[in-house]
Design a protein around this ligand. Structure first.
Ligand SMILES: NC(=O)c1ccc[n+]([C@@H]2O[C@H](COP(=O)([O-])OP(=O)(O)OC[C@H]3O[C@@H](n4cnc5c(N)ncnc54)[C@H](O)[C@@H]3O)[C@@H](O)[C@H]2O)c1
Ligand SMILES: O=C(O)C(=O)C[C@]1(C(=O)O)C=C[C@@H](O)C=C1
Length: 283
């Protein structure tokens, strides 16, 4: 694919740009963003070859949307309106149902492939882009049967070239499951961070005592609210369900402690140690 347009040159768009260009230096990577400053930064970091606008995408072989999920829902139909009949359009959003629904009746629906790369960091913007971010990571593809076979093949070739393994899922199942393993983890980290920040206002010593355990559990609290607010809005029902279960577990743990039932406290932790087996295999 010669002309690749990336809308949103942040962590995901920029990291895709790096790997795609390295694997095929002949490819021309065009960047599209709301702010010219973002494109200038992407140019100076050599993430993109040229700046572009939506009006240029009629000559795209591939368009990748790597912008917040609310912006994706708004922009995706316009992108499909503007592309040629042979172009492939991929989105990288962390939710899938609203995005798939936004184009379900679009005449160019078969040019679109919905993906969610389960790869990332807590950082954002062009400077967060890194090479090999996707190596060995899972890419969830939704409603693959709605994309033309030829374009499916092109997409799979691209994902293989950047080292991703593929999982197929329907958008409903994707949004339900990802609420547990990604969205809830972020809320938990944000609220743990908040709890400690609020306490630290009066107890200046707390952060002197924070070690790597604290750092690893609040790492996700550094993530971008611009990216996460639309995710929580789109996946509100599933996220609230996971929050209810999580809050019940926290309340249960507190009750066990209040009633001095430390055998049960031990068992709770022992049973949860099983997470080690689950995490093995996640790089
Ligand atoms: N961060 C992660 O770990 C991760 C992982 C997988 C998928 N995603 C998804 O990928 C997408 C991009 O996330 P990111 O982490 O790269 O975010 P990011 O903030 O690093 O980059 C997003 C870029 O899009 C630009 N942007 C925002 N709205 C825009 C619009 N309407 N038009 C054009 N540009 C716009 C921003 O200025 C920014 O440069 C999101 O949908 C997110 O849910 C993120
Ligand atoms: O590792 C991280 O920092 C991430 O937040 C990556 C992470 C995740 O929750 O696993 C974040 C959002 C995505 O949609 C996919 C990946």
């Amino acid at each position: 694919m010669k002309n690749i347009y990336i809308i949103g040159i942040g962590l995901i768009g920029g990291s895709l740009a790096i790997d795609i260009k390295r694997n095929d230096p002949e490819t021309v990577i065009y960047g599209i963003s709301r702010k010219d400053a973002t494109l200038e930064e992407a140019l100076s970091l050599k993430l993109i070859d040229k700046k572009a606008t939506l009006d240029d995408i009629s000559n795209a072989d591939l368009v990748i949307l790597a912008i917040p999920v609310d912006a994706t829902v708004k922009l995706l139909p316009t992108v499909l309106d503007k592309i040629s009949d042979s172009a492939l359009v991929i989105d990288a959003g962390s939710t899938k149902l609203d995005i798939c629904k936004a184009v379900e009746n679009h005449p160019k629906r078969r040019n679109f492939l919905a993906m969610h790369p389960i790869a990332g960091t807590e950082y954002s913007g062009p400077s967060a882009a890194i090479s090999n971010l996707f190596v060995g990571k899972t890419n969830i593809i939704c409603e693959v049967e709605k994309t033309t076979f030829k374009l499916q093949e092109k997409a799979l070739e691209l994902f293989k070239s950047i080292g991703m393994r593929i999982r197929y899922m329907n958008p409903e199942a994707h949004d339900k499951h990802i609420a547990y393993v990604s969205h809830l983890s972020h809320i938990s980290s944000f609220m743990l961070g908040k709890t400690v920040i609020e306490k630290e206002k009066n107890e200046r010593d707390i952060f002197d005592m924070a070690g790597s355990g604290f750092a690893s559990t609040v790492r996700l609290a550094k993530s971008s609210p611009e990216m996460w607010t639309p995710i929580f809005r789109q996946n509100k029902t599933n996220v609230i369900e996971t929050l209810e279960e999580y809050i019940n577990n926290l309340a249960h743990f507190k009750k066990l402690m209040e009633s001095d039932d430390f055998e049960a406290v031990f068992d709770e932790m022992k049973n949860t140690n099983h997470i080690k087996d689950i995490l093995e295999g996640i790089s």
